[in-house]
Design a binder for this molecule. Structure first.
Ligand SMILES: *Cc1c(COP(=O)(O)O)cnc(C)c1O
Length: 365
């Protein structure tokens, strides 16, 4: 087989994680966030597996198109809404919900009636308020006025969901989240419509933010949203295991150096393995020497720099290692959060980073 790096997606884990999200959510509806190709797990695969979710959340129209093309009939919410006027016709044709976060989008809707009459159905919208993240959304002070503008449009469904996004809900004692909840509640007090505030961390740490909908990504994939904890610590299971094989084992003398830039010096005569994975597959180049891997289930660690196709591994603790042995990089046996910490990033960044060279396989467990 030409490709050795393998991402195994655990469909059972995805389903069980959704069930756990539902337990946390109480009666709130669950939007399964599947942006960035399902956090790297495969958009269509995740959507098919999480058919029980009340809606799917995608970043942009193109993902909605992919899901409809694959036959998904679920409610789909495009989290950044239309990017240009021509998108509106696609939203209608594909029956996608649009998050409305900017006045230009309302202007496009207001200019739309002719298209609307020919295609019939009012657009379902989620009105987004910027309560402190300062990325997308209307100022809370504008909420009533913007809501009224949307309600006045015949081509918009009157059933408007009110939404906001948290900047720091993963810090369970960060006052910003409490302020954001308060600001949202105050701005929407007089407005009709369902409320959607919480992401994964909001769901776990901020009961006051539960609302009528939760928008959950990370936890569905078993990814921790809390510093210093892995998904399992929070009761969720990893949905991706990344593995490859050892393709070389050599004895290297004390004082010799390993890999590009000769950054790592052998402290003694030792055995060094080479595994077939590198940053060309999405394994982070920033993973430092000492980043753990498992060779045939036994703990070992990376030495030297990660290169495009290969990583070098200290095999002193795995004396019986052989060429062909399985090397696990992260997943069920090794929390991806641990690797992220060694690479100076977060788990989401790693699972989203798998390249097309990696072979994806599914298992039911
Ligand atoms: C990505 C995203 C989410 C999901 O966030 P998680 O932390 O992965 O649960 C929810 N809402 C919006 C607007 C997002 O962009």
């Amino acid at each position: 087989m030409s490709r050795t790096a393998l991402a195994t997606i655990h469909l059972g884990a995805l389903r069980r994680n959704l069930a756990r999200v539902r337990q946390h959510a109480g009666g709130a509806k669950v939007m399964a966030v599947v942006k960035a190709d399902g956090y790297g797990h495969g958009l269509e695969r995740v959507a098919r597996t999480l058919g029980d979710a009340d809606a799917l959340g995608v970043a942009a129209l193109g993902d909605g198109l992919r899901l409809r093309a694959a036959g998904h009939r679920q409610r789909i919410v495009v989290l950044s809404g239309p990017d240009e006027p021509a998108d509106l016709a696609e939203f209608r044709r594909l029956q996608l919900d649009a998050v409305i976060h900017h006045q230009s989008q309302i202007d496009w809707l207001a200019a739309e009636p002719a298209t609307f009459e020919s295609s019939g159905r009012p657009l379902r919208v989620w009105l987004k308020l910027d309560t402190g993240m300062h990325r997308l959304g209307f100022a809370p002070e504008a909420a009533e006025q913007v809501h009224a503008q949307l309600r006045a449009l015949a081509n918009v469904s009157p059933d408007i969901v009110l939404t906001t996004h948290f900047a720091a809900s993963d810090e369970f004692d960060n006052a910003l989240t409490a302020q954001q909840i308060e600001s949202f509640d105050a701005a929407t007090r007089t407005l009709a419509g369902a409320r959607a505030l919480a992401n994964s961390a909001g769901l776990l740490g901020w009961p006051a933010a539960r609302g009528d909908w939760v928008r959950v990504g990370g936890l569905l994939y078993g990814l921790s949203v809390v510093e210093g904890k892995c998904g399992a610590d929070l009761g969720f299971e990893p949905a991706m295991t990344l593995s490859t094989k050892l393709i070389s084992i050599k004895s290297i003398r004390k004082g010799e150096r390993i890999g590009y830039a000769a950054t790592w010096e052998c402290p003694e005569d030792m055995t060094v393995g080479v595994a077939a994975i590198g940053y060309g597959d999405g394994y982070p180049r920033s993973a430092r020497a000492g980043t753990p891997v498992l060779v045939n289930g036994a703990p070992a660690s990376i030495v030297g720099r990660v290169s495009m196709d290969l990583v070098t591994i200290d095999l002193r603790r795995v004396p019986h290692a052989q060429v062909g042995d399985r090397v696990a990089l992260w997943g069920r046996e090794l929390p991806v959060e641990t690797i992220a910490a060694h690479a100076g990033t977060i788990s989401y960044d790693l699972t989203c980073g798998m390249t097309r060279r990696v072979l994806f396989v599914e298992d039911e467990s």
